[in-house]
Write a protein that binds this ligand. Sequence first.
Ligand SMILES: NC(=O)c1ccc[n+]([C@@H]2O[C@H](COP(=O)([O-])OP(=O)(O)OC[C@H]3O[C@@H](n4cnc5c(N)ncnc54)[C@H](O)[C@@H]3O)[C@@H](O)[C@H]2O)c1
Length: 439
Amino acid sequence: MTTLSHIDNIASITAGKFKPDKSPPYINRLRYHSSLPKLTLWSFLFLAFIFLFFFFSPPSSPPPTPSAATRHTVRNISWGGAVWERRVRSSARVRSRAGLSVLVTGAAGFVGSHVSIALKRRGDGVLGLDNFNSYYDTGLKMSRKVLLDRVGVFVVDGDINDADLLRKLFDVVPFTHVMHLAAQAGVRYAMQNPSSYIRSNVAGFVNLLEVCKSVNPQPSIVWASSSSVYGLNSKVPFSEKDRTDRPASLYAATKKAGEAIAHTYNHIHGLSLTGLRFFTVYGPWGRPDMAYFFFTRDILKGKQITIFEGPDHTTVARDFTYIDDIVRGCLSALDTAKKSTGSGGKKKGAAQFRIFNLGNTSPIPVGKLVSILEKLLKVKAKKKVLPLPSNGDVQFTHANISLARKELGYKPSIDLETGLKKFVKWYLTYYDPKKKNAW
Ligand SMILES: NC(=O)c1ccc[n+]([C@@H]2O[C@H](COP(=O)([O-])OP(=O)(O)OC[C@H]3O[C@@H](n4cnc5c(N)ncnc54)[C@H](O)[C@@H]3O)[C@@H](O)[C@H]2O)c1
C-alpha cells in the first residue's frame, strides 16, 4: 500500500503517538540559554532574507486596472483574464437577426434562469450575473447554473455592488439591454436580515444604474419590482394608478424605493426604464422560501403546514402567476423597450419610463392551493390554521393587467392547477433520491 509521506506522519502524531517531553522545566531553560547566540544569528539571517525578498521581488499581481490580463478577487471569487473574457463574449453573442444582447442579473435565481434560457433559445446574446448568496439552498442555484451552461449561458459569479466588475462587463460587451432580476427577495426574512434588502435592492440597484448611465451606448433596463408595493391597499384589483405609499414590509419598501430611484435615473440621465410588478410567481425550479414550494416539501414529509387566515376567518389569497407567463411578459418588455437617450451620463432627450403589473388576474385562496397540492401529491396535508401575523405578508393580491395587455400583449394563460402539475412533476424528479441528476 502506498503511503502519503508527510501527511501520514502528521496523522500519526495527531493520532496519539506524540510523546511529550518529560524533562523537567529547568533543563529546557538551560538548553535555551546555551543556544542563544545561534538563535540570534539565525533570526538575523531570516530577517535579512525577508527584507531582500520584499525589496527585490516584483509585485506578485498587477495593480487592479481593468486590463484583459487582470484577475479580480472578491470573497474568493475571481473574474477577469483572457479566458474569462472569451466566455463572457461568447455567451453574449447575438445569434439571430435583430437579436438583443442582454445582461441578466440574478440569472441563477428562479425567474432569472427561466428568462435567460428563453432569451438564449430565441437567439439573443445572454450573459448572467449572480452572487449565489445563501438566502436559500445554493445547491439549487448551482443546478440552475449547470442548466444555463448547457444552453450556452455563462453566469458570472459576482455582485451588483461591484462597480469594477459591472464596468468590465460593459467594456467587454456593449449590452443593448439589462434584465435586472437580482434582489433580496422574500417578505419575512427582512425581520431577520434587514440590511441584505438595502444592500441588494437599494445600494446594488443604484450601483447598477450608475454604471448603466455612464456607459456608451446606455442600455435599456427592464427590472423586477413587486406586487408588494401595493402594501395595505384594499382596493382590488390593484392597478398601476393605485397608491403605493403604504408598504407592509421592508422588502416592499425597498421595491418602492427602487421605483422612485428608477424614475430619478430616467429623469436625470435619460435611461429607458421599465419596472415589472410580479405577482407571486411559481413553477419548476422555483424558490424554496415560497409557500407552494415548502408546502409540497412538508406535505410529502408528513409535516404539519400552517395556513394563515385574515380577521374573522377571512381567506388569504394570492394572484399566483405561472413562470412561463412571467417570462413572456419579461421578453415583451425587453422587445418594446425604447432606447435610452443619454450619453456620457447626460440626458439628451426624454426617455421611456414604464411600470406594469404582471399577474394572473385570478386570486386563489391559500386553502385551495393546498387542496390542489394534496390531489397532485396524493397525500393529505396536516393543517394548522393561524391568524396572519403582521410580519409583512398582506392578505390579498389581485392584479389588474389591462395596461400590460395593451402595451406588451401580455396574456397569462396557465391556471394554477395546470401550473402546479408542472411544478410537482419537476419537484418529484429533482428531489428523487434515486435519480440524482434526472434534470
Ligand atoms: N418570485 C416571485 O414571486 C416574485 C414576486 C415579485 C417580485 N419578484 C422579484 O423578481 C426578481 C427575481 O425573483 P426570484 O423569485 O427569481 O428570486 P431569486 O432569489 O430566486 O433570484 C434572485 C437572484 O439574485 C441573486 N442576488 C441577490 N442579490 C444579489 C446581488 N447583490 N448581486 C448579484 N446577485 C444577487 C440571488 O443569488 C438570486 O439567485 C427579484 O427582484 C424579486 O424581488 C419575485
